[in-house]
Design a binder for this molecule. Structure first.
Ligand code: NAD
Ligand code: MG
Length: 302
């Protein structure tokens, strides 16, 4: 059935078959995990993403920009001409340094503002510092996330539930609220939700609720901010090969088979989703707001 003929990758990306497939090696890391220690190391588009001035002059804050989807978005935004501030946890400095060094070596502007977004004061300070260092703010990507699997509600502690909601829901609310002091007409806010918002797994009860919250927040806020000319959208990834999954996001046996259930029979690599964020950020999508765009390897569910 398979057609042996292939077309080459496009200007901005390699071919659909150019990415790793399961089985993957057994690998476990402590939270929050490092992309640089994963086997194989995720592809964030370091060698492939080519920009074409789609975000020239824009100023973006990206949470979780050290690794995974956030790093791929930071690379793409910077190469599209945006100035970028990334936030991450202090423990992730080695990953952050990798992406900063890469973008600096290309003469691109990227600044690092590490800190824990479960703290409201820090969220306010983060936005202020990003605005000061970039000389403005018109793009916000709320992408940081906490996912720790737990098989039974009986074992799901209040502390874990609280940490997941603080990271995924409260921080998005605090950061967005603070950023709206600065984001002008034409600005764009993009929140990373998940297919888990619509098809929750039995072992991600707290996480999937937060992802559903992000969808509702996105749709409601889009209506609220339309009169101000600010668009709010969400990207809902399916299974992506990132540190989140190997530091407690999934049980080990699922990590080894990660992505197997997707019709494309493999997980996505962060490089394969960054273009959605670029498109939503760009003025080319000036009529798209309140939307949830999915990229999950072919289920067609959303
Ligand atoms: P990742 O681990 O590379 O990125 C998540 C980032 O969140 C971390 O790098 C970290 O910097 C940040 N973070 C977590 N807790 C934080 C805290 N308290 N303070 C500051 N930063 C904190 O993994 P990823 O998969 O790229 O995750 C990015 C987003 O994508 C998350 O919102 C995640 O829920 C979402 N997502 C991922 C998948 C997937 O399969 N990987 C699927 C659907 C949605
Ligand atoms: Mg990280």
């Amino acid at each position: 059935m398979s057609n042996q003929k292939t077309i080459p990758g496009s200007l901005n990306a390699p071919h659909v078959d150019a990415f790793p497939t399961p089985p993957f090696e057994h690998q476990k890391q402590p939270f929050p995990g490092l992309a640089s220690k994963m086997k194989p190391v995720p592809d964030h588009g370091e060698k492939t993403y080519k920009g074409s001035d789609r975000l020239k002059g824009r100023k973006a804050l990206i949470t979780g920009g050290d690794s995974g989807i956030g790093r791929a978005v930071a690379i793409a935004f910077a190469r599209e001409g945006a100035q970028v501030a990334i936030n991450y946890l202090p423990d992730e400095e080695p990953d952050a340094k990798e992406v900063m060094d890469l973008l600096w070596s290309e003469g691109l502007k990227v600044v690092a503002i590490p800190g824990d977004i479960r703290d409201e004061k820090f969220c306010q300070q983060l936005v202020k510092e990003a605005e000061e260092k970039l000389g403005g703010l018109d793009l916000l990507v709320n992408n940081a996330g906490r996912q720790q699997f737990c098989d039974s509600i009986k074992d799901l502690t209040t502390e874990a539930f609280d940490a997941t909601f603080k990271t995924n829901v409260y921080a998005m609310f605090w950061i967005t609220k603070a950023a709206l002091e600065f984001i002008p007409r034409g600005g764009s806010i993009i929140n990373t939700s998940s297919v888990q918002a619509f098809l929750p797994s039995d072992n991600l009860l707290d996480y999937s609720q937060t992802k559903a919250s992000i969808v509702a927040f996105t749709k409601g806020l889009a209506k609220q901010l339309a009169p101000e000319g600010i668009r709010v959208n969400s990207v809902a990834p399916g299974p992506y090969w990132t540190a989140l999954q190997v530091c407690g996001g999934q049980p080990q046996e699922k990590v080894e088979k990660f992505g197997e259930q997707a019709p494309l029979k493999r997980p996505g690599q962060p490089a394969e989703i960054a273009a959605m964020y670029v498109t939503l950020a760009s003025q080319e999508s000036s009529y798209a707001s309140g939307q949830v765009w999915c990229s999950d390897g072919g289920t067609g569910t959303l």
